[in-house]
Write a protein that binds this ligand. Sequence first.
Ligand SMILES: Nc1nc2c(ncn2[C@@H]2O[C@H](COP(=O)(O)OP(=O)(O)OP(=O)(O)O)[C@@H](O)[C@H]2O)c(=O)[nH]1
Ligand SMILES: [Mg+2]
Length: 293
Amino acid sequence: MMPDVHKAGFVSIVGKPNVGKSTLMNVLVGERLSIITSKAQTTRHRILGILSGEHFQIVYSDTPGILKPQYELHSSMMRFVNQALEDADVILFVTDLFEKSEEETQIQQLKNAEVPVILVLNKIDLAKGTQAEDKLNYWKEQIAPVEAIPVSALEGLNMGAVLEAILRHLPEHPAYFPKDELTDKPERFFAAEMIREKIFLQYKKEVPYSCEVVITEFKEEEDIIRIRSEIYVERQSQKGILIGKGGESLKKVGIAARADLETFFGKQVYLEQFVKVSPNWRKKQKQLGHFGY
Ligand SMILES: Nc1nc2c(ncn2[C@@H]2O[C@H](COP(=O)(O)OP(=O)(O)OP(=O)(O)O)[C@@H](O)[C@H]2O)c(=O)[nH]1
Ligand SMILES: [Mg+2]
């Protein structure tokens, strides 16, 4: 690359739920911006992660996993995916060893993309025999990507190759954001997400999916941040599960979230949690609007 050439562009990370998109973005950016859990549909928003070098700026978009919408919430999530695809200068299509073949529409969309598609095959740390090679060949045949890279985001394997591939296809352009900017989301968003991550990790079945976290107060004082959070569930029975006997379960969420918040913000955190019921919020456009979807 000529030293006086500057490259910049939007790189959208898309793929099915749970393939490791968020893990990959966090490693590529070097920050814990997106929450990660072993459950599908952890990410519900488009989250920018910006990596700036002297001669480049990569604006990653982590996105929700692609699925067939069952609720209004899912439709909003898929709108975030589509917006990220529309903005993309490069598409990072992430799949893993276990993902079954995509639907035909998905394949056509990737095949006909007007921008370069880089295929990232994740979780190769778990590959046996020729599994990774076979999957790579399958995807090369299906979508003819400009590059196909086997990686393990979890173990940081082949991350350099992904960065180099992106830089090869990034357009010449001045930086879009100030070079010290990391993301487009406010502090409150990350606070809410960290609490939601603990809920995803701690509860089973439909409870995590029925939860939404809203930060109603975020007051930064000299040596402490005071955060007031509201956790919305869809039914009264879920409220009981979330809080637990004598408030024990919710307390655990609070302790785990607070530890992460303190690391993230580098400051002591005082966290208040309130649980509320918003019947069937995932199906209600107006309520979703209030929640930022
Ligand atoms: N073994 C292994 N596990 C991984 C790897 N990358 C991610 N994971 C795990 O896969 C699970 C899903 O990771 P995420 O990064 O949340 O996946 P995602 O694609 O963002 O998922 P959604 O947000 O739900 O669409 C987590 O349990 C990760 O720890 C990898 O390279 N190897
Ligand atoms: Mg994710």
